[in-house]
Write a protein that binds this ligand. Structure first.
Ligand code: HEC
Length: 195
């Protein structure tokens, strides 16, 4: 009996070890649709190197703006903000720490010739969800980027639609948002604090 008990404990320990390993390798999550719900519900949510977690509940945040992307002719973007970000900028310093902005980036529908299709309203139409892009403003941010990549206390992250860390060079995000110092490195700041 005693030996059996020990074996059981040992096997249990191994199982826990495997689960931990899975959690530390978020990139290995399979993109099978059937597993999406499990991946989102499971405690092993993907986390980037900078410690940004996949915002699994982002659809419950406020969808403050949706539009045809202004700098990408074949994409559509839907923007979500948590309550802190939705409060808008303070007089100085932009949004408060703890602000989270989530961007759903969709491919636009294309016709047979590969041209973007527009609706009767002259708007692009959503095809596949391509990327979930996140900006999180952190008080404890310790990034030491050169001026061209410095975005104050904002950290960037990119996830695949099924919640794994996307293979993206985040310096491209930083480079495009960095010049917007006057609006706290945000393109859509005027659309926050509108409720
Ligand atoms: C070429 C420029 C460019 C790059 C690169 C870029 N963005 Fe943006 N981003 C924009 C623009 C422009 C908007 C406003 C909506 C729009 O027109 O697409 C925006 C909006 C956002 C928003 C909503 C907050 C805001 O600033 O309005 C988030 C979050 C965001 N981007 C994250 C990212 C992340 C993460 C990456 C990298 C994976 C990234 N962006 C790369 C141009 C860029």
């Amino acid at each position: 009996m005693t030996t059996k008990g020990l074996v059981a404990v040992f096997v249990g320990g191994l199982a826990v070890g495997c689960a931990d390993q899975g959690a530390s390798q978020p990139g290995s999550v399979e993109p099978a649709p059937v597993e999406v719900a499990e991946a989102v519900a499971a405690p092993s949510v993907a986390v980037t190197e900078q410690g940004i977690r996949f915002p699994a509940d982002y659809l419950s945040l406020h969808n403050y703006l949706s539009l045809d992307r202004t700098q990408n002719p074949d994409q559509i973007i839907r923007l979500f903000a948590n309550d802190t970000a939705l409060a808008g900028p303070a007089e100085e310093g932009g949004l408060a720490f703890g602000s989270v902005l989530v961007a759903e980036v969709y491919k636009a529908k294309l016709d047979e010739d590969g041209e973007v299709v527009t609706s009767a309203l002259g708007r692009r139409m959503r095809d596949k969800l391509a990327l979930i892009a996140v900006m999180e403003k952190r008080q404890e941010f310790s990034g030491t980027h050169a001026a061209a990549l410095a975005n104050g206390h904002w950290e960037f992250a990119a996830f695949t639609p099924d919640g794994a860390v996307a293979d993206k060079n985040l310096d491209t995000c930083r480079a495009c948002h960095a010049p917007l110092g006057a609006t706290d490195h945000l393109f859509s700041i005027e659309h926050l604090a509108q409720r």
